[in-house]
Design a protein around this ligand. Sequence first.
Ligand SMILES: Cc1ncc(COP(=O)(O)O)c(C=O)c1O
Length: 438
Amino acid sequence: MTKENIPLPSKLIDDSLKETGFSSNNLAIREVNRLVNILEDKTGIDFIRMEFGIPNIPPPDFVKEVEQEAMSRGVHGAYPPFDGIPELKQAGSRFFEAFFNVKVPTNSIIPTCGSMQGGFISQQLAGNLFPNRKKILFLDPTFPVSKLQTRFLGLETEGIDLYDCRGDSLLTAIRKKFEEGNIGGLLWSSPNNPSWICLRPSELQGIAELCDKYKVLAIEDQAYIGMDFRQDYSTPFTEPFIPSVAQYGNYWVTLISSSKAFSYPGPRCAISVISPALVDMKFPNLKDKCGSETFGHSFSHGGLYVTTSGVSHASQYGLSSLLNAACDGSFNFVEHTREYSLRSEKICKIFTNHGFHQVYKTDIDIPVGNGFFLTMCYPDFTGNDLLKELLRYGISTTTLSSSGSSRDEGLRICISFVKPTEISLLEQRLKHFAEDHI
Ligand SMILES: Cc1ncc(COP(=O)(O)O)c(C=O)c1O
């Protein structure tokens, strides 16, 4: 693209939007994606795609060999045990001790089809542990699909924005919501998608205590496990351990995704770690929905069996090998993804050098780290208007408000798909944008 091609006429963006039938206010990620595909087709311009949070680092080679070996043994001819193959349950338990410093028995480890399925089942259980507790409380911003799950499950959402509340005020805000008596689950991701805020151990401890006291299920989404690169969590069985609610309480499920940290999104294999105190706990209210009162049984038989009846055999072997290699110290999964933080640092500088500001800039008293996402705003623009204006410059993003954030002015920018070769093009396009919007 030459400088002459941009900005694209606003009419082209508006007409293309009309074609899609999407509302121009608060476009969802998949809607932006579709719109940009149309714009690319119409203009021949390759956009810098920052709307989708898709991992973009290849997995290590050994995992392919492990999967192939499993296939050559014929595992694909048999149903997998739907609560997981023993190898993965063992590897998950070992990994949780090595990197979280928490011992859990193998029956606490349940493989799921991506951590999305673990979140789906956890939300359903959370909303049905007790009568009239149908609300899931989110620490916003939130990965939008988690809230789509809540809606699909017939549950309700409520939110607290991490922009406004941290530390004691976060705990006070959570307690106030819990006191209303209608919250069944509390869900958050840390590092947070997209603000990259990471909850502190004191906050996690407070959350664990509140969840135990009010019998609310803590659903800890570790989609970006180990990717707070301000710390080095890469050495197994050695401090620092990855901060987690699991270190403090009893009412929790921790979702460990392999998609980003292990660059293993395609096989859709993750693990849910259920608190050992919770796994055999009985909740009479679950009986109706799950045919069992026991939490762990409800998770695997009530939730997993009736949805996918387990996770593909080969991928369970693949993930076992990744977790075991991390525990053996032969595969440094943190180092493997550090590339994202380097990319993020560069891209952040390019945005801020051209008049943009980070929305979620500080993590209590220190700068947020460089990770998978950036949050950016530009003076005098709402997030929605900024999204549309940047499309004219061949840059695609989504709004922060589509992630449940209260910061209407901001954008959610995913850096994973920006190729090193596109960095100078991004700079050129943002320079042009800045010159046109002084
Ligand atoms: C916060 C969060 N949770 C869950 C997921 C999905 O993880 P998985 O691929 O393991 O289903 C994502 C993916 O983008 C995410 O950002």
